[in-house]
Design a protein. Structure first.
Length: 252
């Protein structure tokens, strides 16, 4: 593991829903320009973890981003610092066009008067040609894969340093999953760090650098993606096979 200061460092994080603690003492790190995945079954607390890191849920513990303590920072401040979340439900504005949804992704940058805040539009359309073709369509008319592309594209309009993705493969056909995760690997190559929460362990571990397994709110395993992919517990519980997984994306 790198000895450099991590982009995101989480220590002993506890997150509760009301009186029920859903995440128990989780610690992890994401280095700049890396992909870290958190895998685990439905209900393990993966989405809760991301919500807390985004400032959407209260938590106890230490969360440092870029070496700075994030305690007390609201969601807008975290976005301004370069942290973005693509939620599981994507949360698009269905009655707005693709183009307007993307513009909203740069809202804070535009409000701050940042010059060139809309320059990312061209890059997003180049990365997602189907969005370019459908820029005037309402978001609600898009396919599931196109909606996921739009959700990621909108997040990229904020020019993130760390992109958190909550179940990006959920409900998508295998071919679309391959395309989406291939784009995630491209983002890493361009310097964007990724924290990827996935139930599709096979796909996630094939593009990640490191990973953790979250079960009932506890981190039960962590290590390099290769180590986890070869761990008997992961193979039995998440890969459903006795050997290595068949790649679904090309080399990162």
């Amino acid at each position: 593991m790198s000895t450099a200061t991590p982009l995101l460092e989480v220590r002993d994080l506890h997150v509760s829903h009301g009186k029920v603690e859903a995440v128990h003492g989780v610690s992890l790190r994401v280095d700049a320009g890396s992909i870290v995945t958190v895998i685990g079954p439905n209900g393990a607390g993966k989405s809760t973890l991301l919500a807390a890191l985004m400032g959407l849920l209260p938590c106890r513990g230490t969360v440092r981003y870029g070496g700075k303590d994030m305690t007390g920072m609201d969601v807008e401040a975290r976005v301004a610092a370069g942290l973005t979340l693509v939620p599981e439900r994507r949360e698009l504005f269905g009655e707005l066009s693709v183009h307007d949804n993307l513009r909203l992704g740069a809202y804070q940058r535009l409000r701050a008067g940042e010059r060139g805040a809309m320059k990312e539009l061209g890059a997003v359309y180049a990365r997602f040609p189907r969005l370019d073709e459908r820029r005037e369509q309402l978001a609600l008319t898009l396919s599931g894969g196109e909606r996921q592309m739009l959700a990621i594209g909108r997040a990229l309009m904020a020019k993130p340093k760390l992109l958190m993705l909550d179940e990006p493969s959920l409900g998508l056909a295998p071919l679309i999953v391959r395309e989406i995760l291939g784009i995630v690997a491209e983002l890493r190559a361009e310097g964007v760090a990724i924290l990827l929460v996935e139930q599709n362990a096979r796909a996630a571990l094939q593009i990640a650098d490191r990973g953790s397994v979250l079960e009932t709110g506890d981190l039960v395993l962590e290590g390099s993606a290769a180590e986890l992919a070869g761990h008997p517990r992961v193979i039995e519980s998440y890969l459903g096979l006795k050997g290595g997984a068949t790649p679904v994306v090309g080399p990162a």
